[in-house]
Design a protein around this ligand. Structure first.
Ligand code: ADP
Length: 569
């Protein structure tokens, strides 16, 4: 005779919920519905916190950013068919940015597939282009192992997304409690594979190149941030005196205000350096492919990346495959035996520092002007000062929008690692609210401040309700210039044809009261069109640490079309 517990039956939903908890998922983002509602409730019962969104696109963006911030896969749960398709936004974002994520979607009954079932889709084929691994459970007993495999694969080597398909009939199958427990323990967490170190001879070659360079530079990106390489980066920069350039999301590994920061002398630094140590950053469009004319013809690249394929693609002078922190530790150790330091009077360091100071002074002069109706710079300076006044732990900044993100990148100051989330490698707009929610969940001690355009905000503005529901400390500042890039920029010749009286494709309703959207859910809304109004809204909302939207009224003609990427439009 068996005890009641032994004879109790466990269904696929419960097993999935327990497998997620066993795999170490502390949070899950998503939208419930047929057939996954019970997966969410069972996971919650097993100790996983479920953050319920309005749409899977935002939830997917949240899961991807959570993976970046925590180093553990962010989990997205979606319904079948259309839910899975909406989730592809997040999955593709994880893939392009190389962040660990696991997407789990319900799917239609296997027996009815091909007959035109409710929300029928070959979901494995749909996710394939964006994942490291796509798995489908064909019977309940496979669930624990698939969950463990997806979690381990998402983080192994170059991080990325994995997918698990859970058909409705599999979720409804049952097994005994005894069998469930043994399946869960058999699938126990595997020991993560160690990333091997690069050959020591290659490390020596890299150090020798740096030692003999006339104009060395270190560039680091979000791969170094993901690797938590800030300590090793600091040691490298401070012992060698080599100037550094962070990519947008690499900002904060060392403070932007550091005397060796080349951020404000970016064109000079990349245009004139002769040896560039690039750590956890791809030589893609964000770094001008590492090619002339932006880089010099004979620059020698030393690339550090966890991905061998990435290094093979770029064919650098020296390629060091490995974990960014570990490789920098090896480099630092190699330098320690025979240290070198450029020093402040080194001509290259002086040139960078002078250029950076000049550019900062020019920017400060622009920022000092108080322009009302607001341009982008005046409010950005006020926001910068309010964020800096928060001290440590520094707020996490979420940024999107063409002009808002461009100006924000130049003006806002990052002083701590992994405190900037922006449109990233995908150049995606609409990530803002999802990123805010992920940041507030992943880093509960930090305030989260979103600085975004009205267009970026509009993609997922309804998620302000999610902020209120979970009472997250997020202040969303909407740069409201009434449209994508702002006011109507068409020439009179372009305003013609039968639909000439329609609003421009770039326009929204002028003067939209975005702050009242937040008030509709019981959050705090502010409208700010003057420096005093903005300062008071920032000071009140930052100290309240409660969900707030600041509707910041900007001159509709202050920005440029396509921001800094006009040449690509
Ligand atoms: P950015 O946008 O900051 O320039 P990218 O996303 O282009 O950065 O590049 C990040 C790179 O970091 C990717 O090529 C990825 O393979 C790599 N990477 C990810 N994790 C690690 C790690 N632990 N160590 C080294 N490199 C890593």
């Amino acid at each position: 005779t068996s005890t009641p517990t032994e004879s109790a039956l466990v269904d696929g939903s419960e097993l999935a919920g327990r497998a997620l908890a066993a795999a170490g998922a502390s949070h899950m983002f998503g939208v419930v519905g047929i057939p996954v509602t019970a997966v969410a409730t069972r996971a919650v019962a097993a100790g996983v916190r479920f953050i319920a969104f309005h749409n899977e696109q935002s939830a997917g963006y949240a899961a991807s950013a959570y993976g970046y911030l925590t180093g553990r896969p962010g989990v997205l749960l979606t319904v079948s068919g259309p839910g899975c398709v909406h989730g592809l936004a997040g999955l593709s974002n994880a893939w392009v940015n190389t962040w660990p994520m696991v997407m789990i979607s319900g799917s239609c009954d296997q027996a009815d597939f091909g007959k035109g079932d409710f929300q029928e889709l070959d979901q494995i084929a749909a996710v394939k282009p964006f994942v490291k691994l796509a798995l489908k459970a064909t019977s309940i007993s496979e669930i624990p192992r698939l969950v463990q495999t997806a979690f381990a694969t998402a983080c192994a080597g170059r991080p990325g997304g994995c997918y698990i398909d859970l058909p409705a009939d599999v979720l409804h199958q049952t097994i005994s409690e005894t069998e469930a427990s043994s399946l869960l323990s058999e699938a126990a967490n595997p020991i993560p594979p160690q990333i091997p170190d690069p050959e020591i001879a290659e490390v020596e070659k890299a150090v020798s190149l740096l030692r003999h360079a006339a104009r060395p530079l270190i560039v680091f990106g979000k791969g170094a941030a993901y690797a938590r390489a800030e300590g090793a980066v600091k040691k490298f920069v401070e012992t060698t005196g080599i100037p550094f350039l962070p990519t947008p999301m690499g900002k904060g590994l060392l403070p932007d205000t550091h005397e060796l920061a080349a951020t404000a002398a970016r064109s000079l630094a990349i245009g004139k350096c002769d040896v560039a140590l690039v750590v956890g950053a791809r030589l893609n469009w964000l770094l001008h492919f590492g090619e002339p004319p932006r880089w010099s013809n004979d620059v020698k690249f030393i690339l550090v990346d966890v991905s061998k394929e990435e290094i093979e693609l770029r064919k650098p002078h020296v390629g060091l495959v490995g974990d960014a922190k570990r490789v920098l530790d090896l480099i630092n150790r190699e330098i320690k035996d025979d240290p070198f330091c450029l020093g402040k009077t080194h001509p290259w360091v002086e040139a960078i520092s002078k250029k950076a100071k000049d550019n900062v002074a020019k920017m400060d002069a622009q920022l000092a002007k108080e322009v009302v109706p607001f341009n982008f710079l005046t409010p950005m300076r006020i926001i910068r000062d309010a964020i800096s006044a928060q001290g440590s732990p520094a707020p996490i900044l979420v940024s999107e929008g063409a002009n808002t993100m461009d100006v924000g990148r130049a003006v806002l100051v990052q002083s701590e690692p992994r405190t900037r989330l922006d449109a990233g490698t995908w150049g995606t707009m609409g990530v803002g609210l999802g990123y805010c929610i992920a940041a507030a969940i992943a880093e509960p001690n930090r305030l989260v401040v979103a600085v975004e355009g009205d267009s970026g905000f509009g993609f997922s503005a309804m998620e302000v309700e999610t902020l209120v529901r979970y009472q997250l400390p997020v202040v969303v500042i909407v740069f409201n210039n009434g449209g994508v890039y702002g006011g109507d920029r068409r020439t009179p010749e372009e305003v013609t044809g039968p639909h000439k009286d329609d609003p421009a494709p770039t326009s929204f309703v002028p003067g939209a009261a975005y702050h009242t959207l937040m008030e509709a859910f019981g959050g705090k809304g502010y409208r700010a069109s003057t420096p005093d109004e903005l300062k008071s809204a920032l000071s009140e909302s930052f100290s309240a640490r409660k969900p707030a939207v600041i509707n910041l009224i900007i001159d509709p003609y202050a920005g440029a079309e396509s921001g800094r990427l006009q040449h690509k439009n």
